[in-house]
Ligand binder design. Structure first.
Ligand SMILES: *[C@@H]1O[C@H](CO)[C@@H](O)[C@H](O)[C@H]1NC(C)=O
Ligand SMILES: *[C@@H]1O[C@H](CO)[C@@H](O)[C@H](O)[C@H]1NC(C)=O
Ligand SMILES: *[C@@H]1O[C@H](CO)[C@@H](O)[C@H](O)[C@H]1NC(C)=O
Ligand SMILES: *[C@@H]1O[C@H](CO)[C@@H](O)[C@H](O)[C@H]1NC(C)=O
Length: 326
């Protein structure tokens, strides 16, 4: 039963992405241009980019830009109060500039439209041909319902971010992480589940980044980073999931799991401290961190998601991992 569920979800994801790219490649008219400037004044979260070179795209465009072959993809989705689903897909266009497409599944289709997907267009960023992407959502108070955070590497291997929030003006802004000045290893992938982000340094060690440390659940323009005592294959892909259905445990203590490829080529997982000295946040683990022996081709794509277990008093999740086999 679980296997069927997994396949069903995988098919939905593939269909959704295919539809998105079909819309992009089919040259569907863009819905609007984004007046984003990267100016973050007036936002409690925003901050200047802190970089001296200019963004690679200073003139947002509504012209549909086909995705570049081999572009990284990252998506974020959230259920809306009207029951519809809001899907956001981010990728690089043929000029290696960051673009996004979005779909409101309840939006009435205009004549001639065959899918809900619309181009959001380019937005200012420091993207480069080898930029890595990881999108995640913040749900907080009324201002962030939700706010999508797109983390990416650019301008060298700088760790950068862009906020997408319809409640702010402009709706797309550079994130405060730009001002921190952290860099990743040159082959690092990115994975994120708010308030956490994981990347890899040049030695292969995995590093996690937290918004508003040590355990403040309210989003803020403060960031912390620490090694997690895991050394992975250099250039491993990363996938990150919440390891609990309770956000207080995820945000407050570190209840996430990150899947990666070990130096022995095996699919591996590290789970952060769901059981620790803060016993109020302790919880039985959802799954063991010793996986069956699965050898994957070097740097093979990895994706993962978790689903809450129905009526589970311990708020555990079931985890599903997708990877490309050799
Ligand atoms: C905001 O950016 C400025 C200038 O780059 C920097 O000095 C400051 O530390 C940043 N603040 C935060 C909270 O990131
Ligand atoms: C780091 O990992 C090693 C090997 O798994 C382990 O022996 C060591 O205790 C860990 N150190 C910390 C501080 O967790
Ligand atoms: C989530 O976990 C926290 C910390 O253990 C607990 O206080 C809270 O009641 C939990 N929330 C729900 C909805 O169970
Ligand atoms: C984690 O903590 C909970 C509650 O204290 C406990 O019941 C559970 O056995 C612990 N799990 C592990 C793997 O240590």
């Amino acid at each position: 039963k679980r296997r069927r569920f997994l396949i069903a979800v995988a098919v939905v994801v593939v269909v959704a992405l295919a539809a998105a790219l079909g819309g992009v490649l089919g040259g569907k008219k863009g819905s609007e241009s984004q007046g984003a400037t990267g100016d973050t004044s007036g936002s409690s979260r925003g901050n200047g980019t802190g970089t001296s070179d200019g963004p690679s795209s200073s003139s947002p465009s509504s012209v549909p830009q086909p995705a570049r072959a081999g572009s990284p993809l990252t998506a974020a989705a959230m259920r809306k109060s009207d029951g519809g689903l809001d899907l956001r897909l981010y990728f690089l266009d043929r000029d290696n500039r960051l673009v996004w497409a979005h779909c409101d599944t309840l939006r009435p289709l205009a004549d001639g439209e065959s899918s809900c997907w619309e181009m959001g267009g380019r937005f200012p960023s420091y993207s480069e041909p080898d930029s890595q992407l990881a999108a995640t959502n913040i749900v907080w108070a009324t201002q962030m319902r939700p706010q999508t955070e797109l983390f990416y590497t650019g301008s060298g291997t700088r760790l950068l971010g862009v906020n997408f929030n319809d409640n702010f003006n402009p709706r797309i802004m550079a994130d405060s992480i730009d001002g921190v000045g952290w860099s990743t290893g040159s082959e690092s992938a990115l994975a994120a589940y708010w308030p956490w982000l994981v990347h890899q340094d040049a030695t292969g060690a995995l590093v996690h980044v937290r918004n508003n440390p040590p355990a403040n659940l309210e989003p803020g323009a403060v960031w912390g980073a620490a090694g997690i005592n895991v050394t992975a294959l250099v250039g491993t892909k990363l996938a990150m999931v919440p390891a609990s259905a309770n956000f207080t445990r995820i945000g407050g203590w570190g209840g996430y799991a990150v899947f990666y490829q070990g130096r022995d080529s095996r699919l591996s997982v590290a789970m952060s401290r769901l059981n620790g000295s803060d016993s109020s946040l302790n919880a039985p683990l959802s799954f063991p961190t010793t996986l069956p022996v699965i050898n994957v081709p070097d740097k093979a794509p990895i994706a993962a998601f978790t689903a809450a277990r129905l009526n589970d008093a311990d708020q555990r999740v079931d985890a599903y991992v997708l990877y490309i086999d050799g």
